[in-house]
Design a protein around this ligand. Structure first.
Ligand code: G4P
Length: 520
């Protein structure tokens, strides 16, 4: 069956990592495998001042970063690979989290010299919580790094996930000899600037220089211990997000990248069924359907167009087809569509479950919207809202512009670019974000699209806790622990810090504080 075959070919994933762990370097190597680029250093010229065409927005150009996740696709060994980029660090925003709702697996890159770093723990945890299969690549083995066992322990502790090392490094840094590829029963020899070589374990004795090396012998013993004491490999557990296969290597060398990618592509899940409010839709359900997980404005400053990123979940998408917007019941012709590649925006003619397409947005879409073909109507599960951590009070610089100000904020909230809270009883406007960049994009868009200059005043990082309506007593709160309402008119308190929160709990044990965003 054609539809099923197409679906089975798709591998849609995101690469997540702490900045500088090597995501760009790895992405480049994968694009080289896919023949999408010819030489490394073309994806993102961060330091060279060259900007890739994925940096659409003006603000991106100014900062030389990619604000919104771009999508890259290529054919590889009979598979259709879709890589979704997830920005980290200061360009981190809710888009980063939302991108995770559109993938079927993730590759987590960890710098062997640093281990898991604080800033990205939350991102990894969101994957774990959503049950997304996680494949780990521990990078920079050509440098002196932490002990492999220590790195595995950390992953297990922080993510509460089993690890299974697919390979095991023999030495590190200057003493790096290669990796014992447990899964394929071979040794991958590190040859410095030369290409790596593959030696079956049964023939290792012939590689005398390695075989007789004490580090090699020690590692073989270590691995034997690991075979006995460690967890067994289980693809079922990997696919359930309970075990992560761990690969060691170097994205830069490159070393171990080919084996990693081939194994990953084999194991990573094809698009699966997706939940709607009432049922589960299989990817080979004949009618086209998908949901919007991101809306990007101003990709082309001349046209001020908006592009909605849609993840196809079932059926076959064909350019020019009509689909119904489930929320309104309106029929929309999907004429202008784009597929994203790092270096160009090609027109997409057809797409299947797992593919990401960009549809032209005349202003009708919202994040989380479902588009469907056919008679049946359904709505994919709402996208989760992610915990804002930073809060700023916002006002219009010019009070005469109150109307545009409100309209702009309303639309940007609807679009999911920011989260809005209202002070109580003051009704002041407070916007929440997960990353600083969201504020910059907000300010920029308010000025460019709504012609309003906004003033932002930080009220710092805060801890949000929701209240039960019957327990709301405004006299208990002040600037320190600020009482506000969310967009559903639910009350919450923005606690100044952990100390203030604990103090309040101590003082008012009778009040229930609800953490809507608990990530465990
Ligand atoms: P990111 O996208 O996750 O932020 O990381 P990126 O790939 O840009 O890599 C960050 C730095 O780490 C780069 O060096 C890159 O060359 C280096 N790097 C990546 N993989 C490896 C590896 O396997 N081994 C070693 N030794 N280094 C690696 P940079 O000097 O900061 O940038 P550049 O001037 O080389 O671009």
């Amino acid at each position: 069956m054609e539809l099923q075959e197409e679906v089975q070919k798709r591998k849609t994933f995101a690469i997540i990592s702490h900045p500088d762990a090597g995501k760009t370097t790895m992405t480049e190597k994968l694009l080289l495998f896919g023949n999408l680029i010819r030489s490394a250093g073309t994806v993102k010229g961060k330091k060279s001042g060259k900007f890739a065409t994925s940096d659409w927005m003006e603000i991106e150009k100014q900062r030389g970063i990619s604000v919104t996740s771009s999508v890259m696709n290529f054919d590889y060994k009979g598979h259709k690979v879709n890589i979704l980029d997830t920005p980290g660090h200061e360009d981190f925003s809710e888009d980063t989290y939302r991108t995770l709702t559109a993938v079927d697996s993730v590759v987590m890159i960890i710098d062997a010299t640093k281990g898991i770093e604080a800033q990205t723990i939350k991102l990894f945890k969101v994957c774990k919580m959503r049950g997304i299969p996680i494949f780990t690549f521990i990078n920079k083995l050509d440098r002196e790094g932490r002990e492999p066992l220590e790195l595995l322990d950390q992953i297990e502790d922080v993510l509460n996930i089993e690890t299974y090392p697919m390979n095991w490094p023999v030495g590190m840094g200057k003493r790096f000899l290669g990796i014992l590829d447990r899964y394929h029963d071979q040794f991958i020899r590190f040859n410095g600037n030369e290409e790596e070589s593959y030696i079956p374990m049964t023939e290792m004795e012939k590689e005398e220089d390695i075989f007789n090396h004490p580090t090699y012998q020690d590692t073989v013993e270590e691995l034997e211990l690991l075979d006995e004491a460690g967890d067994q490999f289980s693809l079922d557990r990997v696919l359930a997000g309970e075990q992560t296969p761990v690969f060691f290597g170097s994205a830069l060398a490159p070393f171990g990248v080919q084996t990693f990618f081939d194994t990953f592509i084999d194991m990573a899940p094809a698009p699966g069924p997706r939940r709607t409010e009432e049922e589960v839709i299989s990817p080979d359900y004949p009618d086209f359907s998908g949901f919007i997980f991101k809306i990007q404005a101003n990709m082309n400053p001349q046209h001020r167009d908006r592009i909605a990123f849609l993840r196809v979940c079932s059926g076959r998408f064909e350019r020019g087809m009509n689909a119904t917007l489930a929320r309104t019941g309106k029929s929309i012709r999907l004429g202008q569509t784009q597929q994203f590649v790092a270096s160009s925006r090609d027109t997409v003619e057809e797409a299947y479950a797992g593919d990401i397409i960009g549809v032209y947005d005349p202003g009708s879409y919202r994040i989380g919207d479902t588009l469907i073909e056919g008679k049946k109507s359904f709505q994919y599960d709402e996208l989760p809202q992610f915990p804002p951590e930073m809060f700023q009070r916002v006002t219009a610089k010019n009070v005469m512009k109150a109307k545009q100000f409100r309209k702009g904020i309303e639309q940007l909230v609807q679009e999911g670019a920011i989260q809005l809270f209202r002070g109580y009883p003051t009704d002041s406007m407070i916007i929440g974000a997960v990353g600083q960049l969201q504020y910059e994009v907000f300010q920029h868009r308010m000025k460019n699209e709504y012609n309003v200059e906004v003033m932002l005043e930080s009220i710092g990082d805060r801890i949000p806790r929701w209240l039960k309506k019957e327990q709301v007593d405004p006299t208990l709160f002040d600037e320190r622990n600020l009482l506000v309402k969310d967009r559903e008119d639910e009350f919450l308190v923005l606690f100044k810090n952990d100390f203030a929160l604990r103090w309040f709990i101590d003082k008012h044990p009778e009040i229930d504080l609800i953490d809507l965003y608990e990530v465990n």
